[in-house]
Ligand binder design. Structure first.
Ligand SMILES: [Zn+2]
Length: 166
């Protein structure tokens, strides 16, 4: 579905490649549950080449907040229950729902609080408006841009540090 739509949008309808990607992702929510999409752009200018990498990742509040997979079971008690979720600013805090999480049955006492962790909003990400659903959508995550210079021997040398663009 994604590749067919990308081909139609870019080759047949004449969208720019970036527009075609965003349009095709909006029709491909099921793809996001299984895979990220990496776009590697190359631009050559004489002896310089620019490599620009962007990741598109599906985000879903209860399973992939900010595009990061949640554990299927609690690492403390092993219970495979859905996580209790609370929002704190742009972060989400998840807590194990099992009432005995952290409880020692032999000592009949709570040894630890229920397992809890936070997932923060990564820097530089943008939620794409096309294809967005309640609690789910595609994220555009710039991975970075590298510049290389070709030497006279034809070797590509990394020229600068990674630059981030939004
Ligand atoms: Zn637990």
């Amino acid at each position: 579905m994604f590749l067919v739509s990308l081909t139609k949008s870019f080759v047949i309808k004449g969208f720019s490649f970036r527009e075609a990607i965003v349009h095709s992702l909006s029709l491909s929510g099921q793809l996001g549950g299984h895979s990220n999409v990496l776009i590697i752009g190359l631009a050559r200018d004489g002896h310089r080449i620019k490599v620009d990498v962007t990741k598109y990742s599906w985000a879903q509040l209860d399973t992939r907040p900010w595009g990061q997979d949640l554990p299927l079971q609690c690492p403390q008690c092993g219970t495979p229950l859905p996580w209790a979720r609370a929002k704190q600013g742009e972060s989400y805090v998840f807590e194990c729902r099992f009432l005995s999480c952290g409880w020692d049955a032999k000592k009949r006492t709570r040894m630890r609080p229920p397992f809890r962790f936070a997932i923060s909003r990564p820097d530089h990400i943008k939620m794409l408006p096309l294809g967005k659903k309640t609690g789910a959508g595609w994220l555009k995550i710039p991975v970075g841009t590298h510049h290389f210079t070709f030497t006279q021997e034809g070797t590509a040398v990394l020229e600068e540090d990674v630059e981030m663009d939004g």
